[in-house]
Design a protein around this ligand. Structure first.
Ligand code: ADP
Ligand code: MG
Length: 667
């Protein structure tokens, strides 16, 4: 091996450039960040050929005095840090003092600047890291930097550049992020002399968002805000209908810096669980203000990633804030006959929850999301209740709420659950009879309903759907009117128009919320089997089941080894009264095996609760009596989030009266 040598500065700078300057967009980012740090009120960015030929950034900030120009382009020279301690309370976007040196090393670079208090400015040219003399020049206050022929002296890097269009895409993304983070700064972006953006300074963040993404999108955003001690979170999240196939429309900002953060992105996804179809991502624009000493921004060369001192706290705060917000927001789909996205929807008073309850729910949800379900009370262990009432029921009322008696058609199977705490107390105090819902054997058949995508239910007045009047018209005391059509949908009048409800999806959602609430309270009812049922499984299956015994017990399923690969089911969830224990266990096994070795516990629990809800809910094709329809509709307002079934399909669609009037040419 050759002897060890100190690398010359130009090589050091080229190496640094490799880390920080990957493409023209990186140059734009570094220069604009410098302009922001210099307190600019206006920043003009122009690029040619996607920035490969020219990047020019002009600002009206504080400028650089002539005698500091050379230092500005020297490596590890900065005006933003003085001591190492400063590193841990960074308030500026830059602090490494590397950017200008790196850029100047791999381009033809011109810096022109006039400091605020100086009568005239100075100019410095650097070609491939070689500075010329500083010369005086006349220029407006602020700094103008031009970067030409990026990577001209590092051909290998230049070869990595993509098409003009791709590079321009990156540049535009960088400008988007920076100007979203700084709405009070006037930004312009020009490409090959064409104006791409001209964003006037704005105090209203929504205006800037609309400037980039249009009013259709900005109109469908929900404001969220929360302050927890010295951490302030605020911003906008999209209604579920705005979802995207990837996370690219999630803009996270930390102290004015656009960041990427897997944990926060996860919290975001978690908050929308059940509101979005699998594989869809929410839209979000969120700002976090965190005291600088609680975050390390020096962990990533381009500072795209940061490290929080207490990431868990931010995670909980984000998740809790969003969930609380969703509980008090009406997220029902609006169908706009014109095809455009629905207008912003005001909060529905029927959905409002009192602040105390919201805070409590928030705590529960956060615990739930953090997987702290150990807080579950072991209050009602599976099969623990062996007292046998005369009719053979073993279940007991739970959760402290009044019991709705649900009578099975003929309680002839003594080992089967026949009563279940289905709902919060009904306003009338009258037990509602929902017998057919639980009155037939539940088989593990697939849910036969098609996904009720918005596209599939576009309002078409000519389709004649309204003429199918084979359903039951109900007008119970609560003045809920609903028509069941095709044994599948409920059509009801609402204050604002007409609601079409997917009966299975809604019931499933209601049950899911109830099961989850019970599960959180440790009160999921269990049904003790008089004769435990042996179930033959494969080796891996029985291992998976026995490994998860404790989790299953919390869901009301008690299993024991029974020799070989057979397991014995001695109790199972009360709400799945009609399901055959062996069938249930086989279904569960599938989920357990799919879940892999150590799936996050909350995911698995959640999935199992979904599965239970789906099994226990009325199906598409079930004829409902007027009482059942009324009960379902009534519960709709009692359940926490009835807008989407747990799989994320919408449970209800609204045709507003305005839209109907428009369609019928009444307006
Ligand atoms: P850093 O931003 O990490 O300090 P840079 O290499 O990006 O390092 O910039 C070096 C120094 O040059 C900055 O600390 C700042 O003092 C000065 N500077 C760079 N760009 C500007 C600008 N647009 N306006 C005023 N000063 C600037
Ligand atoms: Mg900088």
């Amino acid at each position: 091996m050759p002897p060890i040598r100190q690398l010359p500065p130009s090589v050091v700078n080229k190496i640094a450039a490799g880390e920080v300057i990957e493409r023209p967009a990186s140059v734009v980012k570094e220069l604009v960040e410098n302009s922001l740090d210099a307190g600019a009120a206006r920043i003009d960015v122009s690029v040619e050929q996607g920035g490969t030929e020219l990047v020019r950034v002009v600002d009206d900030g504080g400028g650089i005095p002539p005698d500091e120009l050379l230092l500005a382009v020297a490596s590890h020279a900065t005006s933003k840090l003085t001591t190492a301690d400063d590193l841990f309370r960074v308030r500026t976007l830059g602090f490494r003092g590397e950017a200008l040196a790196s850029i100047a090393e791999v381009s033809r670079f011109t810096l022109r600047s006039r400091a605020a208090e100086r009568p005239d400015g100075a100019e410095l040219e650097v070609v491939a890291g070689q500075p010329a003399d500083v010369v005086p020049c006349g220029c407006p206050q602020g700094t103008a930097i031009e970067v030409r022929n990026l990577f001209f002296n590092t051909p290998v890097r230049r070869k990595f550049l993509r098409s003009v269009q791709t590079e321009m895409g990156h540049v535009s993304e960088v400008v988007t992020r920076l100007s979203l983070a700084h709405p009070r700064v006037h930004f312009t972006l020009r490409h090959n002399a064409r104006t791409v953006y001209d964003l006037a300074p704005n105090d209203d963040w929504l205006e800037r968002i609309a400037g980039f993404f249009g009013r259709d999108l900005s109109g469908d955003l929900i404001w969220v805000e929360n302050r927890d001690g010295d951490i302030h979170l605020r911003g906008f999240v999209g209604r579920p209908n705005l979802s995207r196939p990837n996370a690219r429309m999630q803009y996270l900002f930390l102290n004015g810096r656009s960041i990427r953060d897997r944990s926060l992105a996860h919290a975001l996804g978690e908050a929308y669980r059940g509101l979005l179809l699998t594989g869809r991502f929410p839209v979000a624009f969120l700002c976090f203000e965190v005291p600088p000493d609680q975050v390390d921004v020096n962990v990533h060369p381009t500072k795209l990633e940061v490290r929080f001192q207490d990431g868990g706290r931010l995670y909980s705060q984000l998740l809790g804030t969003l969930r609380t917000k969703f509980l008090t927001t009406d997220l029902t789909h609006r169908i706009d006959a014109g095809g455009a996205a629905g207008a912003a929807v005001s909060a529905n008073p029927a959905q409002a929850v009192d602040p105390e309850r919201a805070a409590e729910l928030r705590r529960e949800l956060v615990e739930w999301a953090k997987g702290q379900v150990a807080a579950w009370a072991p209050a009602q262990p599976a099969g623990g209740n062996t007292a046998q009432p005369a009719n053979g029921n073993t279940a007991q009322p739970v959760g402290g709420s009044a019991v709705l008696a649900v009578e099975r058609g003929g309680a002839s199977e003594p080992a089967r659950q026949t009563r279940f705490d289905l709902t919060p107390p009904s306003p009338s105090g009258e037990p509602l009879r929902l017998s057919p819902i639980f009155g037939r054997p539940m088989t593990a058949r697939a849910v036969p309903d098609e996904p009720a995508s918005t596209a599939a239910v576009e309002f078409d007045p000519s389709s004649g759907a309204g003429t199918t009047v084979a359903g039951t018209m109900v007008r119970p005391a609560q003045a809920i009117a609903a028509l069941q059509i095709h044994n599948r949908y409920l059509v009801a009048e609402s204050d604002e128009g007409v609601v079409v409800i997917d009966q299975h999806a809604l019931h499933e959602r209601i049950l899911y919320e109830q099961f989850r609430t019970s599960a959180l309270a440790g009160a999921l009812e269990s049904q003790h089997l008089l004769v435990p049922e042996p179930v033959d499984l494969s080796g891996p299956e029985s291992a998976a089941v026995l490994q998860r015994r404790e989790l299953l017990a919390r869901l009301g399923i008690k299993v024991e080894p029974f020799g070989g690969d057979t397991v014995l089911v001695s109790s199972y969830p009360a709400m799945l009264a009609g399901t055959h224990p062996a069938e249930l266990l086989r279904d569960l096994v599938g989920r357990l095996l799919d879940a892999g070795r150590e799936p996050e516990r909350r995911d698995l629990l959640d999935e199992l609760l979904h599965m239970f809800a789906c099994k226990a809910a009325v199906k598409a094709g079930d004829h409902l009596t007027s009482g059942e329809i009324a009960a379902l509709l009534e519960q709709r307002h009692l359940a926490q989030d009835t807008h989407h079934c747990p799989h994320g399909r919408p449970t209800a669609l609204v045709f507003t009266r305005d839209e109907l009037d428009k369609q019928f040419k009444r307006t």
